[in-house]
Structure formats: structure tokens, C-alpha cells
Design a binder for this molecule. Structure first.
Ligand SMILES: [Ca+2]
Length: 311
């Protein structure tokens, strides 16, 4: 409702830098990085774009930290979406995120991870459209209804394009799977790892919130049919309650042998290397002159370039 149509473009030569190293220590050659759906700092190129992702609304980019979907203030709504749909059948998406803010007792609302037929359509469901077609996974930090579980809560819903997200009950009426997860306000790295196999119609989510390489199973679902060509998105919004909702990195890989990875608990990614982005970042600084990292100020520029990027 308070969404602004201000949009940014992200560029992505950067993703190429890190994508090849992320699984370097992984002895499982079943994983092949997909640069088209991976994202790393500094997130944008010298044209303030990313080749594979774009973002908008209130989303801000700090080139050496994160894509901030919302700031810790009321009535924010931001999004980050892949430009291309995922064409592979079996894949793993590992995303590092951070949620937190100044609020001790009141904070929200959380963020969503999407694999949907639609993309970049702002709306009321964690900053994205309702009546979506495809998968929504909600990292919900604010309890709207009365739930039998504690919050934060992670919940998966498959939308058919007609069913409404039941915000008053935190989506519980359409819940396919979920788990309690204390992912907010962590000093440790927080990550999610989503694994999907179209071959076996199975979906698994693991979350890391406490220790590096310690993954907690959130849910495993069977008979899940994603849209044929889903877009990958991350969105968040705030209302009266608020938080920072940040996406730090996204690593998507295709799997050659899908079923073997479900239940697989090894961490595939080492701590993000700041080196890979550093050289580029310095270059970026040189190009853009005095530039303090946060490039959100480029809203006006984005308007100009907005028309160019629609295709
Ligand atoms: Ca909620």
C-alpha cells in the first residue's frame, strides 16, 4: 500500500566472481553453480545494475554488506527478484540473510522467499502480491493471529493463483510445512538452504541460525509441483512494527542427481570471501568517486533507467 515504484537495477558480473568459488571445498560434484540465480556483494556493477537480479521499492544496496529489503522503520516494502526464471529441474538455493532491529518486543513483519510464476509485483504478502502462483516461504517474525507455536516462524505455502494468503492467521490455513526458528537478531550467520527436485516432487528447507555448518531441518514436503519456470524472489515489508530485512548472498546450484541431496546436511559454502568482491569494489569506488557504500541514493537515476530495463 505504501509501495513506491522506485526501482533499481542490479548488475551481475559480480556473481560470476564468487559463484565459481563457493563450492570449491564441496566434494559433491552434484552441485553446479548457476550464476543466473546467484548474487554476491557488491551486488551491482558500475551502471548500478545487476545482470541477473533487479530490485525495487524501498530496497537499498550497501555494496559491501547486503541488499536491505526494508529498513528498521515503519511502512517499508522492498523486493529483489531474479530477472530470469529457473529452468533447471533440480536445484538448491542457499541464501544468507539477516533480520533484526532496535525493537525488543515489537518487531516485524518478516520476509519471504518466492519461487513463483510472477515476479516483481509488490503487494501485501511480505511486500509481494497476493494470489500468487507458486511457492512462498515466509520468515514470519510478527504473530498476527493466535498460533500454537512461537515466533519467529517459517511457513511454506503453495499458491494456486486464487488462494489468498491468510495474514490474520499468519498463513496457517494454507500451511504445507513450517518450523519455529530463532533467526532474528542473531550475531551468528543465518542462512537458509532450499532444495527442490522436480524429478521427485520433493522440497526441503534447512536453516542455519547458531553455528556455522549446523543445519536444522525445517520441513520436507512431497508432491510439490512448482510452476514450470519460476522466478526467484526475496521481499519484505514492515507496518507499524519494523525491522531490517537483509539478503546477504544467494547461491543457486543445479543438481545432477537430485534425490541424493535431500536430507544432505553438509554445508556446501565456506564463509563468504570478501576478497572476491574487493577488487571490483575498489574499482567501483574509483569509477563513482566519493561513494560511501550505500547506493540507495540513486533512486532518481533508477527512474531514468527504468524504462530501459523493461523487456
Ligand atoms: Ca505474521
Amino acid at each position: 500500500m505504501l509501495f513506491s515504484k522506485k526501482r533499481f537495477m542490479l548488475g551481475a558480473a559480480v556473481a560470476l566472481l564468487s559463484a565459481t568459488t563457493v563450492f570449491a571445498q564441496e566434494d559433491d560434484d552434484n552441485l553446479q553453480p548457476l550464476r543466473t540465480h546467484s548474487l554476491y556483494m557488491p551486488y551491482i556493477d558500475q551502471d548500478l545494475q545487476n545482470r541477473w537480479f533487479d530490485f525495487g521499492g524501498d530496497a537499498l544496496i550497501n555494496t559491501n554488506r547486503h541488499v536491505r529489503l526494508t529498513q528498521d522503520m515503519p511502512s517499508q516494502s522492498g523486493w529483489l527478484w531474479s530477472r530470469l526464471p529457473l529452468e533447471v529441474s533440480n536445484f538448491q538455493i542457499e541464501f544468507e540473510f539477516a533480520v533484526g532491529g532496535k525493537g525488543d518486543n515489537l518487531f516485524g513483519d518478516g520476509f519471504a522467499v518466492w519461487l513463483t510464476k510472477e515476479r516483481a509485483e509488490p503487494g501485501p504478502v511480505f511486500g509481494s502480491r497476493d494470489h500468487f502462483e507458486g511457492l512462498g516461504i515466509f520468515f514470519d517474525t510478527y504473530e498476527n493471529g493466535r498460533s500454537p507455536h512461537t515466533f519467529p516462524y517459517v511457513l511454506a505455502m503453495m499458491g494456486d493463483g486464487r488462494t489468498k494468503y491468510d495474514n490474520d492467521n499468519d498463513g496457517s490455513n494454507n500451511k504445507l510445512g513450517g518450523c519455529e526458528s530463532n533467526f532474528r537478531g542473531r550475531t551468528e550467520t543465518t542462512k537458509g538452504r532450499l532444495t527442490y527436485s522436480r524429478d521427485t516432487s520433493s522440497l526441503n528447507l534447512k536453516i542455519q541460525t547458531q553455528f556455522w555448518d549446523q543445519w536444522d531441518d525445517c520441513f520436507t514436503l512431497q508432491d510439490i509441483k512448482l510452476p514450470e519456470l519460476p522466478y526467484l524472489g526475496f521481499t519484505a515489508h514492515t507496518g507499524e512494527v519494523h525491522d531490517n530485512h537483509d539478503i546477504v548472498s544467494v547461491t543457486t546450484s543445479t543438481m545432477v542427481k537430485a534425490p541424493q541431496l535431500l536430507g544432505h546436511t553438509r554445508n556446501t559454502a565456506p564463509p563468504p570471501s570478501s576478497k572476491s568482491g574487493l577488487g571490483w569494489y575498489l574499482k567501483f569506488l574509483a569509477i563513482s568517486g566519493v561513494f560511501v557504500g550505500v547506493v540507495a541514493v540513486a533512486y532518481n537515476m533508477s527512474k531514468k533507467s527504468n524504462d530501459m530495463k523493461r523487456f
